[in-house]
Design a protein around this ligand. Sequence first.
Ligand SMILES: Cc1cc2nc3c(=O)[nH]c(=O)nc-3n(C[C@H](O)[C@H](O)[C@H](O)COP(=O)(O)OP(=O)(O)OC[C@H]3O[C@@H](n4cnc5c(N)ncnc54)[C@H](O)[C@@H]3O)c2cc1C
Length: 532
Amino acid sequence: MTALERSLWGWGHAQRFPDLEARRAQGELFQAALGFAIGEPAAPAALDEIQIAKPRVPVPAELEAFTRSDLEARVLHAQGKSYRDLIRGFHGRFDNPPDFVVSPRSEAEVERTFDWAAGANVAVVPFGGGTSVVGGVECPLPPGRRGVVTLELSRLSRVLEIDDVSEVARVQAGALGPVFEAQLQSAGFTFRHYPQSYTHSTVGGWIATRAGGHFATGRTRIDAFVESARMLTPIGWYESQRFPSSGAGPSPDASLVLGSEGTLGVITEAWLRVQRPPKFRARASLGFSSFHEAAHAVRSIVQAGLQPANCRVLDPVEAQLNQVTHTGDAVLLLGFESTDHPMSTEVQRAVELAQAAGGRLSGPVRETSTGPTEEADRWKQAFIDAPYLQNVLVSCGVIADTFETACTWSRFEALDRGIRARVGKVLEEVCGAGVLTGRITHAYSDGVAPYYTFLAPGRGGAELEQWEAVKEAASSTLADLGGTITHHHAVGRVHQRHYSKERPVVYGEAFRALRARLDPSGLLNPGVLEAQ
Ligand SMILES: Cc1cc2nc3c(=O)[nH]c(=O)nc-3n(C[C@H](O)[C@H](O)[C@H](O)COP(=O)(O)OP(=O)(O)OC[C@H]3O[C@@H](n4cnc5c(N)ncnc54)[C@H](O)[C@@H]3O)c2cc1C
């Protein structure tokens, strides 16, 4: 993928943005599904219409060979891919571009960038794929600094080594999902960590944000894949040892690398657990008369110790938008996979438990022993492509965003009801109409991760204020009803206030002390995780 192909403002590749006619047709379909009027699609600002602040610092000679400071590079690295970013970018607004973009080709060039930045009093923002939805890669000028540069890692994207006895690979942090996967596949392995942003996000970004893949249970969050990591901090290299597990004190990876969001160092490499491609698959889908009934089925399945790869509940609008055939008011998609043995017993037992909770099979249970089916590939592709719809919706003036959480099973029903009531009311008040859809993406024996999408008519020029009101209603309701501010979208700037309330006060103090020790002059990503 070259820089030229990435959309300046929207999700993914620019070439995938449909023409006016196609957008108009999609708008009509959405209007029918969502029940509110959807406007005539507009066109996004072109590169030559975008005006951004002039660079505050010139490119120094020692970084020149691996640095870009042209308009396109600065625009492409000015913000992430949340609704807030898309609507601003669509209208040509890039408020916080970096002064320039450094693309190191080696760890030595990462070190050189740090040395220059410390001496020049310039902040550094690490950048993987730039898919942050929480303002994690923006470059506002911190107080007392001369400038801010982006350090992006796309040139460090190779698998360096595979320990095929232990099934672990050493990979550079700048590898995008498909780039990493292609190298693994040529060695007979696969990774199987699929955040929905998989095609445009990186290994380093996943580790820095504690990303959640879309296997519903088992090994799904990136934490479970990291055997060890290597990170350059402003005071030197940090590298944890390769152990499958260790009880020696607090975990060095968990406290220093995972979830550090570019505030403690730049992750350059990691040893990640990989596996042989699965061969045996089994799947089933069941309809339920309510979302909560389907959730109850999920609880029975995970508490029985079954670990489905897919255990996703969609409410009716979600099912319609995802083109999933369904009967009833919620659908449960179940999928099991294994490299080693057939999944018949597991899928049969999961179906029995789901039926006992009120589920009705929507078709036959399917099994295969020859690798992915065409249908499974289609589902995966539709899931990965779904974010392109957001580009179309934004161009039609629709506010379209998602939020997610996790809570214990005992709190789930009250939380779900509370979110639907409160967010529904605010959508009505602020937008005059709107739809909130829900799904369950991840399940644990003690709780669940519900995921919500809100879609509402935006008022030209006021969309950001409308979005903020809905987002705040959602965030404060989650906090009131016992949900975390995020299950996998990270903290960045957007979730900071709620995150600081949910973590213990003493932890906050300890983290600030750690950050001050590793980055004494506050060089890295100021304003992310904590206000300055
Ligand atoms: C459409 C869409 C779908 C998404 N789906 C999911 C999902 O299913 N699961 C999920 O977990 N998230 C999801 N996200 C959020 C986002 O993709 C994740 O947070 C992802 O892990 C970010 O990776 P990235 O490489 O794009 O990082 P970036 O966006 O570039 O950076 C994210 C943060 O990590 C820091 N960072 C990046 N690379 C490094 C590095 N090498 N060293 C140190 N710090 C670094 C940055 O400074 C920033 O604070 C989605 C986002 C979008 C837009």
